[in-house]
Ligand binder design. Structure first.
Ligand code: ZN
Length: 139
């Protein structure tokens, strides 16, 4: 069994952003040479998510509005977590809802997606360097 590991880095210009990272994961898969196996992609931060859904900008706007309704960034002093001096309690909650990681099957050297599936990085506390782990195992 072969094993491959790579860290992708992101630094979003805004606090919240959704980025389609499918092309980067596909290039990791090519680099790994693995034809049959599994890919794990996870955020290495507790204020960001990795998830699978449709690459449709309206949907991403809907996610942002829904998450802001659920856990608004402001007022900052509404959260116990922010009593530590941080301002990112909302980002921790948004990450919990949108998930930490995805696993995708690798078949015949390709990501074995369902219809319209793409891999996204969801940033909820951006404007700083963040890491995403890509781990691939198989043959
Ligand atoms: Zn925090």
């Amino acid at each position: 069994m072969k094993s491959y590991r790579k860290e992708l880095t992101v630094n979003t210009p805004s606090r919240r952003e959704f980025i389609n990272i499918t092309p980067q994961v596909e290039s990791c898969l090519r680099e790994s040479g693995i034809r049959e196996g599994l890919v794990l992609v996870n955020s290495m931060h507790i204020t960001a998510s990795v998830f699978i859904n449709d690459d449709e900008s309206g949907l991403h706007h809907d996610y942002d509005l829904w998450l802001e309704k659920l856990a608004p960034h402001e007022p900052i002093n509404n959260y116990w977590h922010n009593r530590t001096g941080e301002d990112n309690a909302d980002a921790h909650i948004k990450r919990q809802v949108m998930g930490r990681e995805v696993v995708v099957a690798v078949t015949n050297g390709r990501l074995d997606f369902g219809t319209w599936e793409q891999i996204f990085y969801g940033e909820f506390d951006g404007m700083r360097r963040k890491r995403i782990l890509v781990k691939i195992i198989g043959d």
